[in-house]
Design a protein around this ligand. Structure first.
Ligand SMILES: *Cc1c(COP(=O)(O)O)cnc(C)c1O
Length: 486
């Protein structure tokens, strides 16, 4: 098919256009008379000159080369790549939401403000928190907001704490947002069972520690069994406890961060609450806090008096505004729709099925891959390809071979504390048939590692591009499609 191997710029033909407009019935004006010359271009912009049909074909072809959760299973650990119900999309496209101007006066945006207020209430109830800000655009930004609020809280009490404790199993955003907030990151060891090492915590806790940031269930897919003890130890030293809520789908309706002693937690609406996810966003990472941190929430805060909703900007202790306008509002509509269609029992069933699916998969694969932390898992499990590595097949090789067999790759080499990590999260929305097909592929690869490792090293063969130099591909993307080698 001609054109498959071309960028849209290469389809350009001088003078070809994708629109036709009637001749102007007003006199043309000279831009030089309307705008100062420093704002005018010296040369026309370099845009492709193509027909509407060229554009439609080009992007339809690209969409067919795409891989997404609507076409394939995505066992990407920690990312919670589950089904995004289409009713969420319908609601986000309602004219009253989609076409509302972000600067509309509050009186004209009562429905949108009501939705934001109610979503905040729902999230607070789900997490056992007292107040929520919907502003952060991602989990990582929720973390930054949370740590900045903790910082403002300590400063308001006249305390200049300098350190934040982060377990060695943490997601990379935890130390990053902590450092951006101006803290020194102190790494906390995991014990042999995969939980936080309480001896190390005891040694590390002092009056300089502003917060402990911890993920529950942790990134090994394990519930932190001594979490109540951990939060009590921290509070005894005036240290705030932050829960990274990226794995909240595992505990929905079973327990709540607020009941476990957490002062702050973030939500990843694009993980737990089925808003679309991948390709860099947009996402939404609301942050919930206990009452003592409420004065520090980002501005504005959505308020309700009688039946009127408003935006409160007069908050002298606030950490300030984090996002343009009101955050990624479309994501809020989707998450709200999801929570209301599921209801409390439905949300509880999410956690039950996420756990069931992960344990089913773990049990089926356990004979074939090493499981450094055996025992029941929560919503995900972390295997190690170290057994395969001895045969020359790495976790990366397993991931690449899976692409040929029709599956997205699991998270690899994370968490960092597991050698040759393969981190698998099936999510609750996959059927047993899909889980079985995935397990069959993983088992096939384990067998190939012993009998025919070459087929693994040659993978992927069936994807638009073969094995890339991943670092180079990220820095200097080459977007041309090339026919497969025979
Ligand atoms: C995804 C994730 C984050 C970061 O969330 P983003 O929304 O991607 O910024 C933090 N911690 C864990 C454990 C995660 O899985």
């Amino acid at each position: 098919m001609p054109g498959y191997d071309k960028l849209i710029f290469e389809l350009s033909s001088p003078g070809r256009i994708g629109y036709s407009l009637p001749a102007a019935d007003v006199p043309a004006s000279d831009p030089k008379e309307l705008l100062p010359s420093k704002h005018l271009r010296a040369t026309p912009p370099e845009l492709p000159e193509v027909s509407e049909f060229d554009v439609v074909r080009h992007y339809s072809r690209l969409s067919q080369m795409n891989y997404g959760v609507d076409t394939h299973f995505y066992p990407l650990g920690s990312c919670t790549m589950k089904y995004n119900p289409k009713i969420n999309e319908d609601m986000a496209r309602l004219g009253g939401f989609a076409r509302l101007h972000p600067l509309a006066p509050e009186a004209c945006a009562q429905g949108a403000l009501q939705l934001m207020w109610e979503l905040g209430q729902d999230l607070a109830e789900i997490a056992g928190m007292d107040a929520v800000s919907l502003q952060p655009a991602a989990g990582a930004q929720g973390e930054l907001a949370g740590v900045l609020m903790i910082r403002a809280y300590h400063l308001a009490r006249g305390e200049r704490r300098t350190k934040v404790l982060v377990p060695d199993s943490a997601h990379g955003t935890n130390p990053a947002s902590t450092a951006i907030a101006g803290y020194r990151v102190v790494q906390l060891k995991s014990d042999s069972e995969g939980g936080a090492d309480l001896m190390d915590l005891e040694r590390s806790l002092d009056e300089e520690v502003a917060a402990l940031m911890i993920t529950v269930p942790n990134t090994l897919g394990l519930f932190e069994p001594r979490i109540l003890e951990i939060s009590e130890m921290c509070h005894a030293k005036g240290t705030q406890v932050y829960m990274d809520g990226a794995n909240l789908n595992a505990i929905l309706g079973i327990t709540r961060p607020g009941d476990l002693g957490f002062d702050v937690c973030h939500f990843n609406l694009h993980k737990t609450f089925t808003t679309p996810h991948g390709g860099g966003g947009p996402g939404a990472g609301p942050v919930g806090v206990k009452a003592h941190l409420e004065p520090f929430l980002p501005t504005p805060v959505v308020t309700k008096t009688d039946d009127a909703y408003a935006l409160d900007w007069k908050r002298p202790q606030s950490i300030g505004k984090l996002q343009a306008f009101w955050g990624n509002f479309g994501m809020l509509v989707r998450a709200y729709t999801y929570i209301r269609t599921m209801g409390p029992d439905g949300l509880r069933a999410v956690a039950d099925n996420a756990i069931l699916n992960a344990n089913y998969l773990m049990k089926r694969l356990e004979p074939y891959y090493d499981l450094p932390h055996p025992g029941p898992c929560m919503h995900e499990c972390v295997f190690s390809a170290r057994r395969q590595k001895k045969l020359g097949v790495s976790a990366m090789d397993v991931a690449k071979r899976l692409l040929d067999l029709g599956f997205y790759a699991p998270s690899t080499y994370f968490p960092l504390i597991v050698e040759e990590a393969l981190m698998i999260e099936p999510t609750e929305t996959e059927s047993k048939e899909t889980l079985d097909a995935f397990c069959d592929a993983m088992i096939q690869i384990a067998r190939e590692a012993e009998s025919n490792p070459q087929v693994i090293h040659d993978a992927p063969q069936t994807t638009p591009v073969r094995r890339l130099d991943q670092t180079l591909a990220a820095r200097q993307p080459d977007l041309r499609w090339r026919p497969r080698r025979a």
